[in-house]
Ligand binder design. Sequence first.
Ligand SMILES: Cc1cc2nc3c(=O)[nH]c(=O)nc-3n(C[C@H](O)[C@H](O)[C@H](O)COP(=O)(O)O)c2cc1C
Length: 358
Amino acid sequence: MKLLEPFNLGALTLPSRVVMAPLTRRRAGHGKIATSLMADHYAQRASAGLIISESTEVDPRSAIDVPTRPGLFNADQVAGWRRVTDHVHLAGGRIFVQLSHLGRASHPLLLAEGAEPVAPSAIAGQGNAFTREGPLPFPVPRALTLAEIPQIVDQFAHAAILAREAGFDGVEVHGANGYLIDQFLRSGSNQRTDDYGGPIQNRIRFLLEVTEAIAAIWGVERVGVRLSPWNDFNGMADANPVETFQYAAEALDQLGIAYLHLIEPVGQKRALAPRLRRIFGGALIVAGSYDRDRAEAVIADGTADLVAFGESYIANPDLPERFRQGAPLNPAIRSTFYGGGAAGYTDYPTLGAQEVVL
Ligand SMILES: Cc1cc2nc3c(=O)[nH]c(=O)nc-3n(C[C@H](O)[C@H](O)[C@H](O)COP(=O)(O)O)c2cc1C
């Protein structure tokens, strides 16, 4: 099975093409610090070809008294993540950090006192922010001034420097799912009239500046970018997604980064992966409802190099071994996806453990 064969991804040799997708689980501790429970969770999944961490905040204005998503903007957070990366490496794995900025998909209660959500334009996302007072609608964000944009690029760069100290193996830029970079990319959330808005050549500028800044620290061979052309999550929309994302693939190809990671559900009618494949010279990772056979097929037909698994990885720490044996998968329990402790997080059984129980 090609899915279980090694693959050279940029600077790394992966033992298989099975990738653990980034998965927000809202279990970071006070200070947005990764916990030892998180270290256990990731180390359990170290047999993945590559682990991509959950979305990790670069915004130093994030409220640190809200135990939820982890951050990477101070030394305590470096120490927390160091514990995670050490555990993963000891268990034989490799882990990239996914760096993100929420932009408009935030709320004043998720930010430090007095801070407000920012975005390319003052257009609210649709949906709710998960706050200590429960789900609250995304407010209208403040449009970033031209002078503020390089400051946010610097925040990504700072997080990338901290990611090295924390022992990660590389960085994935979170350009997907309706967060700040995606808000710049897509025309529905970006109505700026300066160099960062209007034609795609401008809307992509922020993504390219962030990616270049991170690549300057890590080298292109340890940097990837995640994009979600079809995701309308948080009220995202684009007038011409094919043109937008084709252009993005061309521009990222010019940078020479290690991989492009595309969220594109299996069976997507206007599937972009085959087209982007011809444009982008690095590795292509696809994600979105894959099972073993569909993953094998998309690799065998040459459309993708690697496949990332989300829900299957939540519930199956030993996913590559299960694929190898054709073993059944544990079902993922949705009620424990976000927040809580070990239940539904570090207690999903491996095959060996199940045999003992049986
Ligand atoms: C609980 C949960 C949390 C997620 N968190 C993130 C995240 O932090 N960053 C991200 O890019 N995608 C995130 N995703 C999307 C997954 O990475 C993946 O693309 C999606 O689940 C589709 O793959 P699947 O069908 O194999 O689950 C999340 C998905 C789930 C179910």
